[in-house]
Design a protein around this ligand. Structure first.
Ligand code: G3I
Ligand code: 9MR
Ligand code: ZN
Length: 822
């Protein structure tokens, strides 16, 4: 199964300049009598078919003359010990189906054919027991799907041991052909029920701070007026006119936007517009994020490992507290403690380092937000809970360091991911995986950062952190290219990373900040990134927010230029995105990328005082809390519509959704079976499903929550004056900048204005090429000629405004380029 590329998107957009009708989130195709089974006649061999085996089952599978040949070498010990199957079959409630297949065997035997619920009890929706002979026979059955719609059902043929067969049945081959499932009557199917509700007026469902910029997004409309209504008094407090239309390529929508920043009075409101359903209610107020802020922090307490956790729903006894074995050795060490990374129970250093950094920098940005009564065991001890919680992780990280040489082990997990069980039930042996440069440098950086925050709380602990940081740093410098890769027998999160220079830069910057020793940054080269694999911007933050830093120094100038360049590009992308998001492509964990962007934008605001940067930063928060094409808040337990089925083992085991978790979010790469089943026809910006099986869109992690905490903190003191940027020109040589940061200013004349991809025509594809280039120049560089063509207004180099002009041309809102309007 392959998701259609952007081409299809463009085709759909080209066909209608303004799309007024609702775009279904999913495509519930299957018109009557189409065969739902893929590769049903085995024209393309075994494609789409798999075999599950267990309990001694053995088999061979091949395509043979337009049939599927399954040779059963050993029938194992259960009927499903050899099970031919095709997953993700769509069955709609009340649909009448015909299920049939042809099968023969080289020896007479019994098999079962069925379509079943794929977990937890594997019950069948339809089932046939078949006496198979050497003659090809057709087996057929009509049935009504009586249960709730299941678009991830599984077609199975059980070919293991069956009690109907003699015990000494010899090895044999089964031949399958014409496997068919047809929806023969859908008159009682209510597709809309499965499709779900699609809001037409979209806003942040949690709410806004009074002074924040506030933007609503509208769809399924051709524009008009809207009003903001106080839910309690029913009073219309504001009316405005929608702006637009704005084409939304990634979401395949036409949007309008409405600015209601003027509404500042605390209260609960809805947005109304004639002909459209009201928005979900939201609050305006100074304390609007108080609860979500504490809950997203307390979630980390609930992720604690190696200790009993107290909670009304998610309490559990101590877990993972046995000694762990260093991979490929007999050495056992104690690595008790820390937080479970995510929906799984692994503990990984690079993920931990990002989380720690976000939280400590969040505390640095707005200490007054962090209380001592979040509801953790240390609450009320006189130290802000965030420092207690972070210390729980730091203590574990210290155990992951080899004290003899300073190197840091990459991770500790079992060899495989466990079933959907509580943490204390995962009792397989713990394995500590080898040291890596990225883990060690990240460790050095986060320990050096920690030193500052614990100096006044517990000086001895702070010193331990700093000493550990220095030792780790030395190891990383001496071993700059030790890359971690999972061996074949360990399949848990890899967090592999080929580039180590950004981790090393972060460590240098952080040690310089902790010690004031300039030798750490003597040869530092500024990098970027705020995620588990690219961390350079943490180094930049260390420099830019360092007490007493010389603002004319090379390092400060370079760090500041790198941050401001990114912020400028993010702002220009956000400008053309109706939902205000800074993304042009959506990868695993996109919600983290959105939060990270918000933090860079907020930092740019603090550096320049330019209000627009702050507005763009809060727009990223709005996206996470509801202003997105899915019309959902992405934080469990907050917002009218929020995820209820995260891929999170404690939630899955308990059967309740833990609150305060930011899920991974939209991922256009469809990297798990549920995403493939639900999002195959979804536009890129809508590839997300609230399904616990969708680990590539709906898992949670500690390091997706932490940038959200940071974003709350970075946008909180918004109204405060910022330090004006230094006006003195840099005195010394040009700053050391990452080559990828070079601005894209064209040096040759354009051959065809707008033709960024140089294919001889100006189309929406050029707009996308520009947006992708701005989002990720490493991946989507424009050619020299392309960049010259892309610079539509010829003034500022390639910007998102150029992409917007091309979109406007395509939508026939202007006649030619350059676009002089707006
Ligand atoms: O960045 C590239 C992009 O340039 C490219 O176009 C795209 C095409 O596939 O891929 C992008 O990379 C993605 C990468 O994340 C981005 O960070 C990969 O597809 C994607 O597979 C990768 O996913 C990672 C995932 O593990 C699988 O390795 C996630 O970042 C990472 O957060 C996640 O981490 C897991 C741990 O392994 C285990 N614990 C849970 C945790 C969260 O799911
Ligand atoms: O549950 C695992 C999740 O925490 C990881 O992020 C994800 C990617 O590594 O993998 C999940 O485990 C899945 C595994 O990769 C493939 N088989 C199904 C597992 C989930 O049920
Ligand atoms: Zn544990």
């Amino acid at each position: 199964m392959k998701k259609k590329g952007l081409k299809r998107v463009f085709a759909a957009l080209a066909a209608c300049s303004v799309m007024a009708s609702a775009m279904p989130v999913m495509n519930f195709a299957a018109s009557a009598a189409d065969n739902i089974i893929r590769n049903s006649t085995f024209e393309t061999g075994t494609e789409e078919w798999g075999v599950y085996k267990e309990s001694g089952g053995k088999y061979k599978l091949a395509g043979e003359d337009g049939k599927l040949a399954l040779t059963v070498l050993d029938r194992g010990e259960v009927s499903y010990a050899v099970q031919l199957n095709q997953p993700t079959i769509k069955l709609y409630k009340n649909g009448v189906y015909r299920f049939s297949f042809d099968v023969s065997s080289t020896v007479d035997r019994y098999i079962e054919g069925m379509i079943q619920l794929d977990k937890p009890d594997y019950r069948s929706y339809v089932w046939m027991g078949c006496d198979v002979t050497t003659e090809m026979q057709t087996f057929e059955k009509e049935f009504v799907m009586e249960e709730e719609t299941d678009i991830m059902a599984k077609l199975c043929f059980n070919c293991g041991v069956e009690k109907q067969d003699p015990a000494d049945l010899p090895e044999h081959t089964l031949y399958f052909d014409n496997v068919t499932l047809e929806l023969i009557d859908d008159s009682n199917v209510d597709y809309s029920e499965a499709e779900g509700y699609q809001a037409s007026i979209i806003a942040n469902q949690v709410g806004y701070r009074p002074d924040a910029k506030k933007t609503a997004v509208f769809r399924n409309t051709e524009g008009g007026d809207f009003s903001i209504v106080n839910v309690d008094t029913e009073e219309v407090v504001f009316t405005g006119t929608m702006e637009g239309p704005k084409k939304n390529i990634q979401a395949e929508e036409t949007n309008y936007t409405g600015d209601f920043s003027a509404v500042k009075t605390p209260g609960t409101y809805v947005i109304k517009s004639e002909g459209l359903d009201d928005s979900y209610p939201f609050v305006i107020g100074n304390d609007v994020y108080d609860d979500i802020f504490d809950e997203t922090l307390r979630m980390l307490y609930l992720q604690r490992c190696g200790t009993a956790v107290e909670d009304k729903d998610f309490a559990h006894p101590s877990c993972h507290d046995t000694m762990a074995t260093i991979y490929d050795t007999d050495t056992k060490i104690d690595v008790n403690g820390g937080w479970h990374d995510a929906g799984d129970y692994g503990r990984y250093i690079v993920a931990a380092a990002k989380t720690v950094a976000d939280l400590l920098y969040a505390y640095d940005a707005s200490p007054e937000l962090f209380s001592d009564n979040v509801g953790i065991p240390e609450s009320g001890n006189g130290t802000p809970d965030v420092l207690d919680e972070v210390r729980y992780e730091l203590e574990w990280m210290l155990k992951m360091q080899d004290k003899t040489d300073g190197g840091v082990y990459h991770k500790v997990t079992c060899a495989t991911f466990p079933q959907y069980i509580m943490p204390e039930e995962e009792t397989k042996p713990l394995i500590v995986m080898p040291k890596s440069t990225t883990a060690t440098a990240d460790f050095a950086a986060s320990m050096a950062l920690a030193y500052e925050f614990y100096k006044d709380v517990d000086a001895e602990f702070a010193d331990t952190c700093l000493e550990a940081a220095k030792k780790a740093y030395e190891w990383a410098i001496a071993n700059p290219n030790v890359r971690y890769k999972n061996p074949a027998d360990v399949v848990t999160g890899e967090y592999g990373d080929k580039v180590t220079s950004d981790e090393i830069y972060w460590a240098k910057a952080q040690l310089y900040r902790a010690t004031g020793d300039e030798s750490y940054i003597a040869d530092a080269s500024v990098k970027r990134g705020l995620d588990w694999s690219t961390v350079g911007d943490y180094g930049n933050i260390a420099i830019l927010t360092m007490d007493g830093i010389d603002k004319t120094s090379d390092i400060y100038t370079a760090a500041s230029e790198t941050v401001l360049k990114q912020a400028k590009d993010m702002k220009s992308v956000s400008d053309v995105m109706p939902y205000g998001v800074t993304l042009v492509e959506y990868n695993w964990g996109s919600n983290m990328t959105v939060a990270n962007a918000g933090n860079i934008l907020a930092l740019a605001y603090k550096l320049t005082g330019e209000q627009e940067y702050l507005d763009k930063a809060t727009a990223q928060l709005d996206y996470l809390l509801g202003t997105n094409p899915l019309g959902t808040s992405f934080v469990t337990g907050f917002g009218t519509v929020a995820p209820v089925a995260p891929h999170h083992r404690p939630s899955m085991a308990v059967g309740k959704c833990m609150p305060g978790m930011l899920v991974g979010g939209v991922n256009q790469n469809l990297e798990d079976p549920a995403a493939k089943a639900y999002c195959i026809d979804s536009p890129d910006a809508k590839c997300w499903v609230d399904n616990a099986e969708s680990y590539s869109t709906n898992e949670i992690t500690i390091y997706w929550n932490s940038p959200l905490t940071y974003l709350f903190a970075m946008t909180e003191k918004a109204g405060e004056p910022v330090t004006p940027p230094t006006t003195e020109p840099p005195t010394t040589e040009p700053p050391v900048t990452d080559p990828t940061d070079a601005p894209s200013v064209p040096s040759i004349p354009a051959t065809l204005l707008g033709d960024a991809n140089c294919d001889g025509v100006v189309s929406i594809a050029d707009a996308t090429a520009i947006l992708q280039h701005l989002g990720n120049n490493d991946e989507y560089a424009l050619s020299e000629q392309g960049a010259a063509n892309a610079d539509v207004d010829g003034k500022t180099g390639v910007t998102a405004g150029d992409a917007l002009s091309i979109q406007r041309l395509d939508a026939k809102l202007i006649d030619s380029l350059p676009d002089l309007g707006e």
